[in-house]
Design a protein around this ligand. Structure first.
Ligand code: SF4
Ligand code: SF4
Length: 117
């Protein structure tokens, strides 16, 4: 049995965050989407220059809810590739969370090896 190591990991709940969706105007941009994917995005949400999702009042126009409280992507199944690529805890996530002064939720994780024993 593994030693009773006490470690900690950051646990991120995107549905109570939304920071990366309210960070930079060029964040919800289009990149490698094909025509079929682009057509699934409501025209009303597309930026005037067609570069991505509209960004207004400091947030992506598709973002629902309140950052740091409860949020959701209004076009989750059709969201841009950059949004799919961002992973909770990655550098972009941490930068966005820091910009919104959201603390890193820390949960104790005891004896990691025991879970797979
Ligand atoms: S900033 Fe991180 S935790 Fe917050 S919604 Fe984006 S990926 Fe999820
Ligand atoms: S499209 Fe959805 S996931 Fe992407 S930035 Fe906007 S609200 Fe967030």
């Amino acid at each position: 049995m593994a030693a009773q190591d006490v470690d900690s990991v950051a646990v991120f709940d995107c549905q109570s965050c939304g920071a990366c969706c309210a960070y930079a105007a060029d964040w919800p941009r289009f990149s490698t989407e094909d025509d079929d994917e682009l057509e699934r995005i409501p025209e009303a949400l597309v930026a005037a220059d067609l570069s991505g999702i509209r960004f207004e009042n400091g947030r992506c126009a598709a973002l629902r809810g309140e950052v740091g409280k409860a949020t959701a992507c209004g076009i989750y199944d059709a969201r841009p590739h950059v949004c799919r690529a961002c992973m909770p805890g990655d550098p972009e996530c941490l930068t966005a969370r820091a910009a919104h002064e959201l603390e890193l939720p820390i949960s104790p994780l005891v004896g990691v090896e025991e879970w797979s024993a």
